[in-house]
Every structure is written in structure tokens, then in C-alpha cells.
Design a protein around this ligand. Sequence first.
Ligand code: COA
Length: 258
Amino acid sequence: MSVVLTELQDRILTVTINRPEKLNALNPEVIEALREALHEAKGNPDIGALIVTGQGEKAFVAGADIATFKEHDPVSARDYARRGQVVFDLLETLGKPSIAAINGFALGGGCELAMACTLRIAAKNAKLGQPEVNLGLIPGYAGTQRLPRLVGKGRALELILTADPISAEEAHRIGLVNRVVEPADLISTAREMARKILTKAPIAVRYAIEAVNRGLELPFEDAELFEATLFGLCMSTEDTKEGVNAFLEKRPARFQGR
Ligand code: COA
């Protein structure tokens, strides 16, 4: 059985981290399988959106596989962190929206994986955190970067320095997750959200994600210019003509991704 399962239904690819006996901890095999699944998703026009989740009822992903940490020297550990960062960057820049369906523990690399998704929905019983300092480490899959961008510097530092996991409700309160739902409703809510986004113009969705992600890293005026350029590109698409005509003709738009 693969450590990463994929299932395509209604243009939504569900990617399930599948090591439930180790609470879906990320080892190099999982990272590589995830990279392959994301690479395939990027190039496959039949895939419009992704849901990322964990197998079983207990964990989304309980972190990087701590058992593998004994093997590292400084250089291999740097490579290890970079490999994970690159795969999570691929997820963030896929050009297709991704939703983390957080079905339990999302700790360390699990919280970092969820943060690399476009949106996050948590089950009520989920727990999120960055407990790396308990191991004498710091987050290594971009948690020190994505967490403050999502929740602000002060809250990010509190989570990272105390290592305390927080509840789904608290994660919602601070903006780390978009929604909290009953565990039984988690996947259906994620699918509903993905389906709604899939009714929108795909190029506009892709550029909106890019404008937010890239724009946040640029000086404000450069980000505005970047936004204006993507706005201009959108204006040249058939989908914009369709969207405008559909509005004026008072009918639903049928977008083609062109
Ligand atoms: N890496 C490797 N193995 C892990 C793991 C991780 N991050 N998280 C859980 N596991 C393994 C456990 O070692 C255990 O394996 P075993 O049955 O072979 O002993 C199995 O998953 C079940 O976990 P267990 O600790 O028994 O479950 P629990 O309900 O008592 O506790 C957690 C759950 C999440 C609180 C606990 O597993 C934990 O603290 N995990 C590590 C979290 C962490 O520090 N992540 C960041 C890593 S950088």
C-alpha cells in the first residue's frame, strides 16, 4: 500500500497521507510520494482542485518522522529540510487550489503541510502546533515563515516557542484555519468548498492565489503592479468575456479555463 493515496472524483484529487500506524508522520518516502502526486496533479488538466488529508481518525500528520532524525548530520539535515520545503512550495504554487482537511493532529510538518495548502478546514477534534523546540529543533518545512504570515508574528512566536498544541477552535480564532466542522462533515465540507471554487474561472482563481502569495513577498507598490498585470491578463481571457456576458444576460457563467 502506498504511503500517499490519491483519488480523483469530479475534478477534485484527494491526496491522503497513509501511515496511520505512525500518525501519518512524514518520512522521506512520504515526501517523495507527495512530490510525485503533486507533480502529476500540476500537469493533469482533469484535476482542478486538491484536498489533502490524513488516513485514519486520529491524525492529519503528526509531524516529520522523528525516528529518521537520528540519521542526520548538519548537511544531510539541511538537504532534508530543503526537500520538504520544495515539495510544500510546489503545493502552494500548483496553480490549483488545495484544501487541507485536518482530521486530527497537525503538528510540526503536519501544520506546515496544512499551511502550504490554499485553505484549511479542521475537524473539531483537531490539534495544531509547532512542537519542534521540544526536540531541540525549529520548524524546518517553512513553519517559521508561513505561520507568521497567516496568524501574525506574536501568535506565531507563541506557538513555536511554547510548543503547545492548540484546539481547532483556537486555530480558527487566530486565522490558522478557515473553518471548523464536525469530524463527520470534514471531507464533505472540503469537497463542497472545492466544488464551489471549481465553478469559478480557473485562470482567475490561479492568478488570485498567485497575486496573494507573491504579492505578500513584494514591496506594496510592486505587488500592486503585479496585481494589475495579472488583472490585465485575466481581462484578455475568453472566460472574462463569458463572465461579463453571463452577468449581463442574467445567466450562470460557463467557464472553460481559456
Ligand atoms: N514521528 C515518528 N513517529 C511518530 C510521530 C512522529 N512525528 N508521531 C507519532 N508517531 C508514532 C509513535 O511513535 C507511535 O508509534 P509506535 O506505536 O510504533 O510506538 C505511533 O505513532 C502512535 O503515536 P503515540 O505517541 O503512541 O500516540 P499518542 O496518542 O499517545 O500521542 C501525539 C499522539 C501526536 C501527541 C504524539 O504521537 C506526539 O507527540 N508525536 C510527535 C509530535 C511532534 O513532535 N511532531 C513534530 C515533529 S518535528
